[in-house]
Design a protein around this ligand. Structure first.
Ligand SMILES: C[S@@+](CC[C@H](N)C(=O)[O-])C[C@H]1O[C@@H](n2cnc3c(N)ncnc32)[C@H](O)[C@@H]1O
Length: 253
């Protein structure tokens, strides 16, 4: 809190576990990028990771679970306007449209290949859906254009200074921003999680990216720091964690 009262906090120095992270927790992070975030990776490898996310989201019910989390936040809005950031494959937006008969959804990603693939699929021809390119750190929409913005399994991809921008931008263009991401467990449990994934990481791109996501996941303390830096008017509600996804709901007072 001491640091947050200083206007010149350099958040780029912040550990993923937050400024109060333990020594062990500070070791459990990496600057290594996921295949999805690298320019030098064959687009086919990136597509395989996005496809694996889509399939595992279907098999384990994540798209539906995340759609419920998002829709709960606009339960009192009759015809909600929803913005999905970092949609990748669009599985969450497809569920939102299926579960809410009058919702309008703008489905975006920063990766042109992912946007083109979503636009070429069923979302591209759904009259309640708009598919387009958008960078979550610099959203080209007017203030208050949406009732809700949702960013699923993507926040950990961004370094702290950019993550702060997502909170500022998401709460500017939408009344609420819902961030759903991997929880950052206490360090000993985190080690166990990593140990189960590491043996397969060199062979399966999806697991490789999962290990890096885990190492780059943010703790509740880090999320609170970033929300405060995005704008002092931002309030943050945190839910979930440990065995379930971490959910952060940000809005401006
Ligand atoms: C792990 S995927 C998650 C995809 C999907 N949301 C899901 O839940 O499976 C992360 C996504 O975030 C996107 N992404 C990364 N940086 C972004 C940014 N600055 N703005 C928007 N999307 C971004 C990537 O292109 C990728 O599609």
């Amino acid at each position: 809190m001491e640091r947050m009262s200083q206007s010149n906090v350099d958040v780029s120095d912040m550990p993923r576990g937050g400024f109060d992270a333990s020594c062990l927790d500070r070791l459990l992070e990496t600057d290594r990028l996921e295949y999805l975030d690298r320019e030098d990776v064959d687009p086919g490898v990136k597509r395989s990771v996005v496809r694996a996310l889509e399939l595992t989201g279907e098999w384990f019910g994540n798209h539906e679970k995340f759609a419920h989390i998002a829709l709960d936040e606009v339960a009192d809005v009759p015809d909600p306007r929803v913005l999905e950031l970092g949609a990748g494959h669009g599985g969450l937006s497809a569920k939102l449209l299926e579960m809410h008969p009058t919702a309008h959804v703008t489905i975006t990603d920063v990766e042109p290949e992912s946007v083109a693939a979503m636009a070429a699929g069923p979302l591209g021809s759904d009259e309640r859906a708009t598919v387009r390119l958008a960078d979550a750190t610099e959203i080209d929409s007017a203030d208050g254009s949406f009732d809700l913005a949702v960013f699923a399994l993507s926040f950990n991809h961004l370094p702290p200074a950019k993550a702060v921008r997502v909170i500022a931008e998401g709460t500017r263009v939408a009344d609420k921003l819902v961030i759903i991401d991997l929880p950052r467990p206490p360090a000993p449990l985190h080690l166990v999680r990593l140990a189960t994934m590491l043996p397969l990481a060199p062979f399966i791109p999806f697991v490789h990216d999962g290990v890096i996501s885990s190492l780059r996941s943010y703790s509740p303390s880090a999320l609170r720091t970033m929300a405060a830096l995005a704008d002092p008017a931002v309030t943050l509600e945190l839910r979930g964690g440990l065995l379930s996804p971490q959910v952060a709901v940000a809005s401006r007072r």
